[in-house]
Design a protein around this ligand. Sequence first.
Ligand code: ZN
Length: 109
Amino acid sequence: MAARFTRRVYIGDTPAEAWHILNVLDQHGIVSELRNETLFGATGEIPVLESLPEVWVSDVNLVAAEALIKEIRRKPDECSVWRCDGCSEVVDGVFAICWRCGASASISG
Ligand SMILES: [Zn+2]
């Protein structure tokens, strides 16, 4: 099946961040595509704004993807990482959902 990715739902500051979004979307059954990832690091040749990694989805997944990304980024913990209850993975504090197993952060407050 050739899905057409027509909607950009996320622009990451780093490839790792974009990959995190991609992984979480995938865990929720949303097929997405990462663009510009390979351009990252080609500083000096490509303007920064054009080389940021982008996550694209198809029309049918747009609403679900946006809701999910909002959820992922809802609980920023400015200064720390957290450990996932589901798989014990240590996840960066900017993410509210474990990149490995998709569990939500269990940070109190
Ligand atoms: Zn986990």
